[in-house]
Write a protein that binds this ligand. Sequence first.
Ligand code: BYC
Length: 313
Amino acid sequence: MTEELERRFEDTIARDQRLEPRDWVPEGYRKTMIRQISQHAHSEIIGMQPEGNWITRAPSLRRKAILLAKVQDEAGHGLYLYSAAETLGADRTELTEKLISGAQKYSSIFNYPTVTFADVGVIGWLVDGAAICNQVPLCRSSYGPYARGMIRICKEESFHQRQGYELLMTMMRGTEAQREMVQEATNRWWWPSLMMFGPPDADSPNTEQSMAWKIKRHTNDELRQRFVDMSVPQAEALGVTLPDAELSWNAERGHYDFGAIDWDEFKQILKGNGPCNAERIAKRRAAHEDGAWVREAAAAHAAKQRDRERSAA
Ligand code: BYC
């Protein structure tokens, strides 16, 4: 029986079809999928904070409306993703608990501070740009609910990327001080954006199996290279310099070469020692505790509804 189920699972993957919640999957696949989807959901939820920091201080009503919409989109992405994880049997309360206790990871990128309004533009350009690079192939991921959720997420991320780039274009047409702000923000976000793609392939424990299961379609290094190649002409069009003296076109490879990433910094962030890790988790925990009454009221309402339906039946 198990052999037959395994054969069907392997066959679905080999034929590039999607696995659905009703399908049998091996325990390792289920665990990996829950791990990736929930870390992704946590990243979207924590990712609301760095930009949310600027909502009250956006320089115009237009910028404020755009920023509010973007941050709300991130909340929506988190919710689709938690729902996708639930289809694999994960419990949303437990996932939230794992986030606020530090037991589960979220993207390293959100542990850096947003110190000027140019950071909002640079996050849109580089962080959402990296997210798109990483997530477009996930639209073809082997788990159906995740792949379908990713289609909508990518459409919204693409709006986010454009709003960031448009904001930076506007600032670059402004004063010298504004141009300096954009350059300074680019200097701070460039390297952390490259780290978003995860450890180098040689140190990535999950890539091989995830590629075999067609959860991931490209390795971390492949996507990182694609992002560098895409970003260089964008930086040129914008008029900013990427902070890497070793960045140069390699005609033989047909790609840009780039300098060494500081993987010690990445490891420190993953250990919880980044500049904003403690602050991000504390804020999320406080928001969760403040929302306890809403969850209680919703549960009480649902229970009442069930009672009503039962007595009517
Ligand atoms: N930060 O074997 P590896 C967004 C972990 S949201 C922290 O290569 P995998 C956005 C990794 O989880 C952006 N941890 O792992 C939101 C693993 O740990 P465990 C989030 C990282 O899974 C709001 C260990 O390191 N995007 O874009 O094969 C506003 C070894 O790594 C990171 C997603 O989540 C990192 N950067 O590959 C704006 C996309 N990198 O679990 C924007 C979906 C690695 O073994 N996720 N780790 O303890 C993925 O594509 C993959 O999970 C990753 C990592 C490429 C991230």
